[in-house]
Design a protein around this ligand. Sequence first.
Ligand code: AMP
Ligand code: MG
Length: 326
Amino acid sequence: MLALGIEGTAHTVGVGIVDETCRVRANVYDMIRPEKGGIHPREAANHHAEAVVPLIRKAASAAGVRLKEIDLVAFSQGPGLGPCLRTVATAARALALSLKVPILGVNHCVAHLEIGRGVTPAKDPVLLYVSGGNTQVIAFARGRYRVFGETLDIGVGNMLDKFGRECGLAFPSGPILEGLARKGSKLLPLPYSVKGMDVAFSGMLTAALALRKQGEALEDLAFSIQEVAFAMLTEVTERAMAHIDNDEVLLGGGVARNRRLQEMVGRMASDRGARMFVPPGDLCIDNGAMIAWTGLQMHRGGVRMKLAETVVDQRYRTDEVPVTWR
Ligand code: AMP
Ligand code: MG
């Protein structure tokens, strides 16, 4: 069985084609990169509207299949930016109707976890999901993916991007800051905001920008932001693992590509006799393959959706999804 998945919750529109063994046959995407300022939801949606059909064709040709051979269309139903979600849902409905195949709306956060289980040996991991808009610690418990901890304000990637933007760096700034951080060495005081199992990043952003105004070097600031933010994330992830006695940790989301984060979480895992798994970079960021794969899993678990049930949900919660396929 072949599924085509369309992702489009935020800055990236992606199309993936995956088979029932989780072989990724195609995974293509395009990201809006605003010249200045942040992402405007309407502009991102227009970008996705223009890019989605060429990407569907590109995915089919990369996979070496004709669209007629697709058995299922899946799309990112939420959470995300309303205009982006609606654009991608419309494309998915049109495609499913014209191919006369089932359509399934997929929870984006659940998809980050499922693709990690699909392409790494992780079986029942605690997921540290760190992206632009989302930051959550997720694990499976009693039939659902439950959120053990999350950001109380902005996602960690968003904090990195906003800091970079204010300092004149390009979008996305996370990878640029990672490079700068390697040249930094002075650990500057930044707020360590762990509240119970949750984290917060806006105070760190404000404090880092103030230090920048006082003339601190960008390299030292990048270094300090990474050390403090990633320590916070590692702490809550470890606590979730201890709480449910789990010995697997999976990274997901664009920030999971960061080597220093991988090093810190990997060290925590090995200290407690656990294992860390990191999917390939193209499957960490927002991508269509994870949507296709999760759609296949849902279909296997008996999930079916009428067109009327494919309305998008900007605030679709991870723990709202009945996980019938595990
Ligand atoms: P996503 O929202 O999952 O597609 O991931 C995009 C986010 O990941 C953006 O906020 C990027 O700045 C961030 N990101 C990507 N690569 C890195 C990296 N190497 N280090 C830190 N952040 C990164
Ligand atoms: Mg994401």
